[in-house]
Every structure is written in structure tokens, then in C-alpha cells.
Design a protein around this ligand. Sequence first.
Ligand code: PAF
Length: 273
Amino acid sequence: MKIIRELESLKAERAGLKGSVGFVPTMGALHRGHLSLIRKAKEENDHVVVSVYVNPTQFLPGEDLDRYPRREESDRKICETAGVDLLFMPKTEELYHEDEVALKAPAYLGYILEGNRRPGHFDGVVQVVMKLFGLVQPTRAYFGKKDAQQLRILQKMQEDFFIPVAIVPVDTVREEDGLALSSRNAYLSPLERRQALLISKALKRASKMVMTGERSVSRIKKEMMETMAPIEVEYVEIVNRDFRPLSQIELQNSIILVAAKVGKTRLIDNIWL
Ligand code: PAF
């Protein structure tokens, strides 16, 4: 595996990769969730490129940019063991320019739910992913369904800008007890970790209600809020695949989304029905 920090080296190495290239963009602190993206990329492509870059433009002032976990050594080992060809760790000075062209996330999709709580967050995501796509020129790019809204926005960016890449959604990986894997789980104390389980418990409860015939979004949301009463829920929303709110569950076209704060840590999770 080659570790690449300079854009010129990335371009040269990329030019040498013949066949398909699977790309897994990450912010590092890699866990089994990222590993499942890497494994899928490995299965479906001749080569795999992983980027590790904590992108400052997607953090709002006062968010956790400075304390976001950075684990270069273990990220390197995980990528090496997983058979990654290129591990790309760009530097901000090279990636961003003065007075540059700025992309904006879609006015609706980019500013509801996560985008409403974190206005401008998705502008930063599309900006950096567009740059990374331009540099890596992947055949396929892999994103987790846990960041459902990010995934939809990036699919939209690909469609709107006719980018020749296939966006591949990958299922959320969970701990045995249901907690969705996230780099931010590292912030949780043992007590908070137990409280965080209420999120996946509420989602499981909702899925059971749907399986037994419940279709009313308000009844499902009420039940979920009761399950999560001990934690600070920011939102529970049930939307279709285009993130339009639903009043009745539509099978094969509904996503239940939760954002909640456990202690100081903000967590998101969802299920796709
Ligand atoms: O999902 C993430 O880790 C980030 O938002 C991404 C896509 C790597 C862009 O910085």
C-alpha cells in the first residue's frame, strides 16, 4: 500500500492504476463500518483508494473539528490489512485555494434535518467530495447509509453534475447490541454508551411496529419518542427516499431518521424500510 500526501503523487499513482477504481472517502478514525465500505470496494473493483481527511469546511464554528479523533497509525494498519492500494491523506494547503469556486448543497435537501441543525455542513461535504472525485477519478465511490442525507445529496451531486462515477450505498454496521458504528462513539462514557443504545432500540421498535402492520407516522414517532425519553432527541423524522416527510409509511420508500444528543455527543442513526 502506498501512502500519498501530495496531490502530484496522487495524480501520478492514479494514472498508473489500470482498470476500475473503488474509492472510499473518510475522515479517518476507521472502524468496522469503514472496513465494510473498503471490503465492498475491494470486491467490486480492480483497485481501492481510501482518503483520510478531516475536512474543516464541513464543521461549523464551535463543532468538534479540533477534538475529532485522529488515528493515523491505526488507520494505516487497517487499510494495509484490508488490501487498499492507495491511502490518500491530503493537506488542506494543497486541497483548498484562496477565493475558490464554492459548491452549495441543494436548497431543500441540504438545509433540512442535519442541514437545519448544521447549516452549511453539506456545502462543505459537496465541496470536498467534488475535489476528491476530481483527484481520484473513481469508477465507484462508497458511502454508508448511516449518513443517509449525505448519501442522497452526493447522489444528487453526481446526477446534477453528470459525474462519471457510480455512488454505491453500503448498509450500516452495528455493534452486537445495536449501536451504529461511528467515529464519534469514541466520545461516549460507559454510561452514555448505554444511553445511546436507546436510539437503535427506538428504531428497532419502529421497524417492529411496521412489520406488524402499523403505517401511521405519528403513532410510530410517538412510540419512538417515549423509548428515547431519557436522552435529548433533536429530531425523529420519517421521510421518503427524496427526504419528503411522510404521514403514512410507504414500504420500500421510507427512511426513519433520528438525531439525538447523549451527553455532549451528537449521534445520528436511521433505518430504511
Ligand atoms: O462521511 C464522511 O466521513 C465525510 O463527510 C466525507 C464524505 C468523507 C467528506 O468529508
